[in-house]
Design a protein around this ligand. Structure first.
Ligand code: 13P
Length: 340
């Protein structure tokens, strides 16, 4: 894509009422998800699961883009149509996870750095041929007693920026994902402090690497207390802290912020997004790029066989999150009382 098309793609991914479905689980991750429904993780089961998700009728009304994993990018639906093409037929933009996962950072116990820069240029060119229009790279930041260190954050920020610059050079819109994990017993305040430092470093590196902010998306965590923290914040507190943190760190030139769900329950992830969109006019679109929070109920309903039940659940969560994009999510909508 040329620069005009990349800007248009970034904007289309955060079009009003729409958000992104993250379906880019690596084989080890999808194996864990399948264990919860006692399904062996064969290549065919993975393909059938993704086909169930992607052929959901009407999904394109709520979902602008889907992030795929390398293997899924190359698979086909039962009718022989490759998944990227199938998504495009639904009006959905195909994207691809290009990192090779977070690996332990040598000499920095408890910290990791994401790998995958070697050979990236060639892989990006291949993904363009397969139909991808955007890319994703996830950095993992764990909060501990003495972590993250400045060095660990800087190493991840540098890798994220190199990935983003290379993606843009290949004509792809990068989705930059620094995830501060919710594992642990830290407070919301500590999460806010770590997220703020992380985003400052990330945007510093993006500028150094000459990344065009208009042609990228940010995929951050929300600012929330660790899952083992005895004091869990209210929905309003999460929304306010997250927006305060983002306003301090994310330039207005970035078209959209697409949150990850990170292990929040599906309903809570929707409530948080809804509350943020009710607060006031943020300079960027505030949207979602959920994995578990969109897929969990669909996976449990599908159980390896019930396509219709799985699709109904996916469509319901997509519709609820679409409403949260404009602060219109409600209990009635959650309990199906308002049909679309
Ligand atoms: P979750 O919403 O399950 O955190 O997944 C989003 C994602 O893409 C993580 O990289």
């Amino acid at each position: 894509m040329n620069t005009t098309e990349m800007t248009a793609t970034a904007q289309a991914l955060v079009a009003p009422e729409k958000g992104i479905l993250a379906a880019d689980e690596s084989t080890p991750t999808i194996t864990k998800r399948f264990q919860t429904i006692n399904l062996p993780c064969t290549e065919e089961n993975q393909r059938a699961y993704r086909e169930m998700l992607f052929t959901t009728a009407g999904l394109g009304n709520f979902i602008s883009g889907v992030i795929l994993y390398d293997e899924t990018m190359r698979q086909k639906a039962n009718n022989g149509v490759p998944f990227p093409e199938l998504l495009q037929q639904q009006g959905i933009i195909p994207g691809i996870k290009v990192d090779k996962g977070a690996k332990p950072l040598a000499r920095f116990p408890g910290e990791s750095v994401t790998e995958g820069l070697d050979g990236l240029q060639q892989r990006l060119a291949d993904y363009v041929k397969l139909g991808a229009r955007f890319t994703k790279w996830r950095a993992v930041i764990r909060i501990g007693k003495d972590t993250p260190t400045h060095f660990g954050l800087a190493a991840n920020a540098h890798a994220l920026a190199r990935f983003a610059a290379q993606s843009q050079e290949a004509g792809l819109v990068p989705m930059v994902e620094p995830e501060v994990l919710m594992d642990g017993d830290h407070t919301l305040e500590r999460c806010e402090q770590v997220t703020e430092t992380t985003l400052r470093l990330v945007f510093g590196e993006l500028a150094e690497h000459r990344v065009a902010l208009e042609r990228m998306l940010l995929k951050p965590n929300m600012v929330i207390a660790g899952e083992d923290c005895p004091r869990q914040a209210t929905v309003r507190e999460v929304a306010e802290a997250t927006l305060r943190c983002l306003r301090r760190t994310v330039p207005a030139a970035v078209p959209g912020i697409v949150f990850l769900s990170g292990g929040q329950s599906d309903v809570l992830a929707t409530q948080h997004l809804n509350a943020m969109n009710q607060i006031d006019n943020a300079p960027w679109q505030l949207s979602f790029s959920y994995g578990r929070a969109l897929q969990a109920p669909a996976l449990q309903a599908w159980k390896g066989q019930d396509v219709r039940a799985g699709q109904q659940q996916l469509l319901h969560r997509a519709r609820c999150n679409s409403a949260a994009r404009s602060g219109r999510y409600s209990h009635e909508l959650e309990s199906h009382k308002l049909a679309a």
